[in-house]
Design a protein around this ligand. Structure first.
Ligand SMILES: C[S@@+](CC[C@H](N)C(=O)[O-])C[C@H]1O[C@@H](n2cnc3c(N)ncnc32)[C@H](O)[C@@H]1O
Length: 281
């Protein structure tokens, strides 16, 4: 059988060329956020242009730790949402390429009936997601942009899986720092204002606490060719949650959010990444 991701092993088809994936127009000569992140997590779904950016990022002291801390934070948040808050529907916006311990793996290990909709604006995520999730009827993957929330919440595939009148959780992990300043607040507000009572919003992003390494991260990502990856001070992160109720322990360094036995307590960069979970009462 043909591997549905075979197209990724080549550069984008030229104009007029017909391939099963021609409509996705994956350009491997330019870095993509999803593939750079995959490279930073030691994945294999990335290309030379992505690895150049990942190498710039790795030169910032301590920065290579942050993507792993983020994945661990997502795992703890999903476990908390399903096991403690009773959530059974999750929308993961800016979900990225499949990795170890995906959101549906974590959630369905606790409550198999949990439904998960993955959303990303990079079509490569859909291609990989469909291949991997084909056998899981409680999970879907759609291509949509966080900056156009109607395209997410009005998507028929998502609505077939997620009952938007019932409580659900929205994850926005490592996404808003890729949305330009000003637009990031609109994205958060667009989701916040939509979510049903009893629903949760979980957000995590790079933080600028005045540490020069934060600026180093921004330079490595924004100025070396990726074009996004802004670090922002605490008040801007806090505004994402608006009038929602932040759950304990509030908006804090991700490693301090319900740490478990595997959460590093001595990370030199834990102040560079903030996460929080809030509820619409
Ligand atoms: C750094 S990855 C994070 C992946 C995953 N959320 C995690 O934290 O492990 C950011 C993802 O967000 C996606 N993304 C960036 N901007 C987006 C937007 N405006 N709408 C939807 N997805 C977006 C990228 O394509 C990428 O897959």
């Amino acid at each position: 059988m043909t591997d549905p991701t075979d197209f990724m092993k080549h550069t984008a088809p030229s104009e007029g060329e017909s391939t099963p994936w021609a409509e996705t127009r994956i350009d491997t000569s330019r870095p993509s956020i999803a593939r750079v992140y995959d490279a930073l997590l030691d994945g294999k779904d990335n290309f030379a242009a992505d690895r150049v950016i990942a190498d710039h990022y790795r030169q910032v002291p301590g920065a290579p730790r942050v993507p792993w801390d983020n994945r661990a934070w997502i795992g703890r948040v999903v476990r908390w949402l399903v096991a403690e808050a009773g959530i059974r529907q999750i929308i993961d916006i800016g979900s990225g390429l499949p990795t170890a311990s995906n959101v549906h793996d974590v959630a369905q290990a606790i409550a198999p009936e949990t439904r998960v909709a993955y959303v990303d604006n990079d079509p490569i995520v859909l291609a990989h997601g469909r291949a991997i999730l084909a056998s899981n009827d409680r999970t879907t993957v759609i291509t949509a942009d966080a900056q156009e929330p109607e395209g997410i919440f009005g998507n028929p595939e998502l609505r077939a899986l997620i009952d938007l009148d019932q409580p659900y959780a929205v994850l926005l992990a490592a996404v808003l720092h890729h949305v330009p300043t000003g637009e990031d607040q609109k994205v958060a507000a667009g989701i916040r204002e939509r979510i049903a009572p009893g629903s949760y919003l979980a957000i995590a992003n790079f933080h600028d606490p005045g540490d020069p390494r934060a600026q180093g991260i921004e330079t490595a990502l924004v100025e070396k060719g990726l074009g996004s990856g802004w670090v922002r001070p605490y008040p801007q992160h806090r505004m994402y949650f608006g009038d929602l109720d932040l759950v304990h322990p509030g908006l804090c360094p991700a490693n301090e959010w319900h740490p478990d036995d595997e959460t590093p307590t001595d990370s030199p960069v834990h102040h560079l990444y903030l996460g929080g979970v809030a509820k619409r009462p």
